[in-house]
Design a protein around this ligand. Structure first.
Ligand code: ZN
Length: 253
């Protein structure tokens, strides 16, 4: 069954119990490595294990953009992967600006990690164009779209190949046609709701996007600090099947 685990649901400034927004997309019916991680602004493998998903199931990591709350945990991800006994090359997927940032964070530890037996990193750069194929195997096809965030950034569409079910993720963005396109007829849209500021969206704007894309269900992430009940209610008036993302929540699709 295709599932999204919300490994983190917070904005850069968020409630004390929410860490940075990170996702895992899993298929518990697959006997191959099939878990794809999205972003590593914190301790992504610790959060994965807290969701009872094994490190051994990880097939690859997508890094969406260069902001620290989305990629600064990369060296820790590599250290943990190694210590969990992952020896195969690890695919790391993203647009060039994100891959370059990840390379720099890793290089900063080069004098230490050259002594370690960390897995080889299989960097795979994706074009910054609409519907660019990022990953395609018997379990998932992943495509990315450039979104509006002030720096190069992409939203993602995960198609579960065996069932045709679709998971969409806006990443950090202002409302834009690209998110409507990547979320078209999605079974689940995970959308940011930082607030109506430059490069971000409010909960109501996320709901408007879900409605326009004719998505089935909307879950809000990248959630700021404070009481969200009024924002959630306003969003539900636009798109009734809207909920606030639960930290470490599981969403079967
Ligand atoms: Zn960002």
């Amino acid at each position: 069954m295709p599932t999204v685990h919300l490994l983190g649901t917070g904005a850069a400034v968020s409630d004390p119990y929410r860490t940075t927004t990170m996702l895992a997309v899993t298929d518990d019916g697959s006997d191959q490595r099939s878990t794809l991680l999205v972003d590593c602004g914190a301790d992504v493998l610790q959060r994965l294990r807290e969701c009872s998903v094994s490190v051994q199931s990880v097939a690859g990591l997508v890094v969406t953009h260069a902001h620290p709350d989305h990629c600064s945990g990369f060296p820790l991800f590599m250290e943990r992967l190694w210590l969990h006994g992952h020896h195969e090359a690890i695919p790391v997927l993203g647009i060039s600006a994100a891959i370059d940032q990840v390379r720099r964070t890793w290089d900063a530890f080069a004098s230490i990690t050259e002594e370690w037996d960390t897995p080889e990193i299989d960097f795979r750069v994706t074009d910054l164009t609409p519907d660019a194929t990022m990953w395609h195997d018997p379990v998932w096809r992943v495509a990315s779209w450039p979104v509006e965030h002030g720096i190069d950034n992409v939203g993602l569409r995960f198609e579960h190949v065996p069932t045709g079910r679709v998971i969409a993720y806006s990443c950090d963005t202002e409302p834009c046609p690209a998110v409507v396109a990547l979320a078209r007829d999605a079974d689940l849209l995970v959308h940011e709701a930082t607030g109506e500021t430059e490069g971000h969206s409010s909960a109501v704007q996320a709901a408007e996007t879900a409605r326009e894309a004719e998505a089935e269900r909307l879950v809000l992430v990248h959630v700021p600090d404070g009481d969200k009940s009024d924002d959630l209610k306003a969003a539900q008036e636009v798109f009734p099947n809207t909920e606030l993302g639960s930290e470490l929540g599981r969403y079967d699709v």
